[in-house]
Design a binder for this molecule. Structure first.
Ligand SMILES: [Zn+2]
Length: 92
């Protein structure tokens, strides 16, 4: 008996039988930006309360904050550069 083949066969059959339902369900998925995964709409509320999701949201917020900080540092460096150039131009 070829179990793998049987499972494949079963999956194929399952897919064919439930194709419409599966496609419908897939189209009802929403993307969770924090976890980078697709969740069925009906599970989204539940998902939003899971520890994993909350951790990912925290991670996402932290990295966004860090990025913002980096941009701010770069921006203030740029402003300093511009000021230096301005002064140079004024001096010449
Ligand atoms: Zn999530």
């Amino acid at each position: 008996m070829n179990l793998t083949k049987d499972i494949k066969q079963y999956n194929k059959k399952y897919y064919e039988t439930h194709k419409e339902q599966l496609l419908k369900t897939a189209s009802q998925c929403v993307k969770c930006e924090a976890c980078n995964c697709n969740i069925q709409k009906q599970w989204k509320n539940k998902h939003d309360k899971t520890k994993k999701h909350l951790e990912n949201v925290e991670k996402m917020n932290t990295s966004t904050r860090k990025e913002e900080e980096n941009i701010n540092i770069k921006l203030s460096n740029l402003i300093l550069e511009v000021e230096k150039i301005k002064q140079k131009l004024q001096n010449t």
